[in-house]
Design a protein around this ligand. Structure first.
Ligand code: GDP
Length: 460
């Protein structure tokens, strides 16, 4: 195909997309959550259930399917050529190869398009036509990037002060002690500014990674230090918040301030403008179980981070967002992930705990008239629940050596745990996937309910 032909095809595809959106036949559904929340697994699971919907007995709550109106679902190329395609095939390959593995986690924005062909059930459409098409774009992006939004309202000085206050908190002050020392030494050394700032920024980035990976902290900025995406190694990331107890060399200030402004203008704002404004449905995925296991500090941080992240949906109160994007999100699913780590009777507790963590955000959503619902799901369920003769609930699965294991199903608190519960601590299993090649669709928990909430109204 010639370049002109390709371009014409792309332009006409865009025009078709606009018409479809006008006719309510196009949904851009974004999935976000902090890293490790389970976005890749969830998207893979959603695609699996849709693509293998025919003869799939595990989708009773997806009405278009249970009413036998679903003709078929297929992957189609996305016209958005500048964004990586979500690698569904690689994810399935990882999950179903020998030995099975979890797929590569989200590191950047990725998207994938499916076309859903169905029979309309109501209105004129059902009389005129036997078949209708809904185009669904599924977009995956790191929640860490949403945590950068408040930075747009702060200058470098405000941000540094706020981060310094955070860095004085008990756990963080230990983590950052050595880094502070290194900043102090660098001031004295009088080395080349660019080199020094780059080294300190790299070092700061490593401390943020430690905060996340070793200590389970969540409210970490800037988000691109954790998940740089296409900015990995770029000079745009050579900045860090200035520790307020140290005096900054005058020659460093203009460099740090301009890097910070660059990050605001060329990284944060474009993300909101290019991606955020085009979504109309959103999943916010949360791994409450890992936070419970990591302890009280981690759960408190998760709550803080989620409420900061959800400010991206607070259009009414956030004049900055209003100016930046014309948001269109009308439905948000708040989803507690990895529900297969516990037995089904505990799922209601997972949802309730999530509701408590996100109470403030849910009020914002109601204020914006954004419809929201809470779910407990597993994108890819790797355990089966069962019951011993004595009534004890158990989970069966495989460990990372491929051995079959059975454990007593753990409990989830429905509300913020008591000090006694924290003392006892929480422990959840880490089952390993164990699927065979060609095994589709993979098992899930409640993805049909989630899909019905997100797509059902457009598939009537
Ligand atoms: P992402 O960073 O949000 O893309 O997270 P992933 O989807 O890569 O998930 C991170 C890890 O969480 C995986 O490697 C799995 O260990 C675990 N995980 C994710 N989803 C599920 C699930 O549905 N069930 C179980 N048991 N584990 C999951």
């Amino acid at each position: 195909m010639s370049r002109t032909d390709k371009l014409t095809r792309k332009v006409s595809q865009r025009a078709r997309d606009l018409v479809d959106r006008g006719l309510d036949r196009h949904i851009r559904l974004a999935v976000t959550g902090l890293s490790g929340a389970g976005k890749t697994a969830l998207l893979t699971g959603m695609l699996e259930q849709l693509l293998y919907a025919n003869d799939n007995p595990t989708l009773p709550y997806l009405n278009v399917h249970s009413q036998q109106r679903l003709h078929g679902v297929r992957l189609v190329p996305s016209p958005n050529w500048s964004v990586a395609r979500f690698d569904y095939e690689a994810a399935i390959n990882a999950l179903t190869s020998e030995p099975s593995n979890w797929p590569q986690s989200t590191r950047d924005v990725a998207e994938i398009r499916v076309e859903i062909n169905y029979k309309p059930s109501r209105g004129l459409a059902s009389k005129l036509s036997d078949s209708r098409r809904l185009t669904l774009d599924l977009v995956d992006y790191p929640g860490e990037w949403l945590l950068d939004l408040p930075m747009l309202d702060q200058d470098y000085n405000d941000w540094s002060q706020q981060q310094s206050r955070l860095a004085r908190q008990p756990l963080r002050s230990d983590i950052f002690a050595d880094w502070h020392q290194r900043v102090e030494n660098s001031i004295r050394n009088n080395d080349d500014i660019d080199k020094t700032l780059r080294r300190l920024a790299n070092d700061y980035q490593q401390q943020l990674q430690r905060c996340k990976n070793e200590f389970g902290l969540y409210f970490l900025q800037p988000g691109r230090h954790l998940l740089p995406g296409e900015l990995a190694g770029a000079p745009a990331l050579d900045f860090f918040p200035w520790p307020s107890h140290l005096t900054m060399p005058e020659s460093w200030r203009p460099v740090l301030e301009s890097k910070y402004r660059y990050y605001q203008d060329k990284v944060i704002k474009p993300f909101y403008k290019e991606y955020f404004q085009n979504y109309n449905r959103q999943v916010v995925l949360v791994d409450v179980l890992s936070a419970l296991q990591a302890g009280e500090n981690a759960l408190a941080e998760l709550k803080l981070a989620l409420n900061e992240l959800m400010k991206s949906f607070d259009y009414g109160h956030n004049s900055l967002l209003k100016r930046l994007v014309a948001p269109q999100i009308d439905k948000v699913a708040l989803v507690a992930a990895k529900a297969d780590h516990v037995a089904p009777p505990q799922h209601a507790n997972m949802r309730q705990l999530l509701a408590q963590l996100m109470q403030q955000s849910s009020q914002q959503l109601s204020f914006e008239r954004i419809q929201y619902q809470l779910f407990a799901t597993a994108g890819v369920a790797v355990s089966q629940s069962g019951e011993r003769p004595d009534g004890t609930l158990v989970l069966d699965g495989y460990d990372d050596t491929g051995e079959r294991v059975r454990i007593k199903a753990p409990q989830v608190p429905a509300t913020w745990p008591s000090s006694q519960q924290w003392q006892q601590g929480f422990a959840y299993p880490r089952f390993h996937p164990h699927f065979s090649s060609g095994q589709s669709p993979l098992p899930h928990i409640r993805l049909d309910q989630l899909l019905e909430f997100l797509l059902g109204d457009k598939l009537r």
